[in-house]
Design a protein around this ligand. Sequence first.
Ligand SMILES: NC(=O)c1ccc[n+]([C@@H]2O[C@H](COP(=O)([O-])OP(=O)(O)OC[C@H]3O[C@@H](n4cnc5c(N)ncnc54)[C@H](O)[C@@H]3O)[C@@H](O)[C@H]2O)c1
Length: 250
Amino acid sequence: MLDMTGKVAIVTGGGGDIGRTTAVTLVKQGAKVLLVDLNEDALAASADAVRNAGGTVETFAADVSDPAQAEAYAQKAVDAFGKIDLFFNNAGIEGPAAPIVDYPVDAFDKVWSVNVRGVFLGLKAVLPKMTQGGAVVNTASVAGLIGSPGLVGYIASKHAVIGITRTAALEVAGRGIRVNAVCPAPIEGRMMTSIESNAGAPKEAFESTLPLGRYGTPQEVANLVLMLLSDEASYMTGSYYTVDGGSEAS
Ligand SMILES: NC(=O)c1ccc[n+]([C@@H]2O[C@H](COP(=O)([O-])OP(=O)(O)OC[C@H]3O[C@@H](n4cnc5c(N)ncnc54)[C@H](O)[C@@H]3O)[C@@H](O)[C@H]2O)c1
């Protein structure tokens, strides 16, 4: 089950909590990974984690919102490993917390440049190089399904990721390539610590809104991504899947 032997995967946001854990999870199933991130120190730490798990890894420092750099990381995967089978299109930023009337326009544009333009550019660069039967997972969020006061840039960007996912899935279904999105609720790690700080609210305030009463872990997201990227998900495309502790249901 969930065998990834011989598969080549690209993970963007590979220096972050979810990207790193997912990369380790993929190599444990036999995949080789190219990690892409803006942050070179974080990339190096993730590469160490992958190697410590016995995996084969390459890194590429790139800004996913830059078209030439997106093309370059896709080409790097082909140059290093000969092909691309799997793509975890995951890099994202949270932006500030402020009501719409106070939300800085440049911050809105910045969140969109990474979370929407970056996801679009990743697909634009990677899809032409993907093998038949490949699979993509874009990282959306429960923030792509519901509203939340104070996070307009992030909320709007993650709704857009679901629209991009549906469109991409329809465009490449004929090549046997599947495209889905994952929608995590708050997950332990840097991003939620930042959102708590920006919102001036303690972790408990966020946890109290979650039916399971706690944040998820990066591993719980990685488990879903692994399944969606695997051949076990062969009839699943164009949809989103939550890993949200019951959040969407409440
Ligand atoms: N953490 C959560 O609670 C949560 C919940 C739902 C969805 N998500 C989404 O999951 C994804 C991963 O988040 P995470 O929790 O691992 O956060 P993280 O901050 O730990 O990781 C994000 C990574 O993306 C990288 N990055 C940012 N801008 C980039 C750019 N322009 N080009 C290349 N890399 C860039 C960062 O350097 C960082 O390493 C994001 O898309 C995020 O929106 C996170």
